[in-house]
Design a protein around this ligand. Structure first.
Ligand SMILES: CCCCCCCC/C=C\CCCCCCCC(=O)SCCNC(=O)CCNC(=O)[C@H](O)C(C)(C)COP(=O)(O)OP(=O)(O)OC[C@H]1O[C@@H](n2cnc3c(N)ncnc32)[C@H](O)[C@@H]1OP(=O)(O)O
Length: 211
């Protein structure tokens, strides 16, 4: 585990963040390429069987890069990862990449794709990665419905058929029913006409200041 620590968090009132000021400038004009290279690195690492010589070379290179990045760490509220709404999955490389085509009262529609590093087994996506995509886009559907941040109370994923890698897939999430702070969110993941997975989930609207 790295001993590098993120910079101290800025003070905030609780909840996810004091303001939702979104900037597409954070991380500079090449942040998208930076993200893409990191995702490509993870793709390679997932399948690479390096010689020991190459492993040592890669370790030295990555140590050098990590030391450079240590000079540029910021807190979670100002990092570009998660707030670059112009990039796939808001620039958050820990999420499967997606692009949103609609977000409103009728829910969220996105194209999501799983990369080589999302491999579960036998050439298809890991179920946990499918759940990550549903969690984020289900959270987004509920966030849009209440115009605020929600947290997942439960998320049940029904895996109906295999989810391919490297294929543009359609994910839809919508608040089916609202009961006060409770948002019952439904969602589907399709490969063309084929249903890969669907969800039954509950997201709770956070109270002011709630973490
Ligand atoms: C950053 C954005 C910048 C860019 C902005 C662009 C816009 C994008 C916007 C957004 C996209 C981002 C989307 C991200 C989405 C990710 C979401 C997550 O992964 S969250 C992490 C996983 N979840 C947890 O860690 C929760 C842990 N649990 C808790 O914190 C609490 O249990 C919580 C908040 C869920 C509820 O606690 P209580 O104290 O507030 O409320 P109580 O009273 O317990 O529950 C309220 C009602 O819900 C029911 N309830 C709660 N949990 C339930 C359960 N598991 N099953 C059934 N009912 C449940 C209860 O019975 C109660 O119902 P009755 O009001 O009595 O009718």
């Amino acid at each position: 585990m790295s001993d590098s620590q993120p910079a101290a968090s800025t003070a905030h009132e609780g909840g996810f963040r004091p303001d939702l000021a979104i900037s597409t400038k954070r991380g500079g004009p090449h942040y998208a390429d930076f993200n893409e290279e990191v995702r490509t690195l993870m793709d390679k690492v997932r399948y690479a069987c390096p010689s020991d010589e190459l492993a040592l070379d890669a370790i030295a290179t990555l140590r050098d890069l990590n030391a450079k990045l240590d000079e540029y760490l910021v807190d979670e509220w100002t990092t570009p990862a998660g707030t670059r709404v112009d990039l796939p999955a808001r620039g958050n490389i820990t999420l499967p990449p997606y692009e949103i085509s609609a977000a409103g009262p009728d829910g969220v529609v996105a194209t999501v794709w799983f990369r080589p590093y999302h491999l579960g087994g036998n050439g298809v996506a890991h179920g946990g990665q499918v759940a990550v995509a549903f969690d984020d886009l289900g959270g987004m559907a509920s966030a849009v419905a209440v115009n605020g941040v929600c947290r997942t109370a439960f998320l049940k994923v029904n895996y109906r058929s295999l989810t391919p890698l490297n294929t543009p897939l359609q994910m839809r999430t919508r608040v089916d029913r609202r009961d006060g702070r409770k948002m019952f969110v439904a969602g589907t993941l399709h490969d063309g006409d084929r249903l890969c997975a669907d969800i039954e989930s509950l997201f709770i609207e956070l109270k002011p200041g709630q973490a």
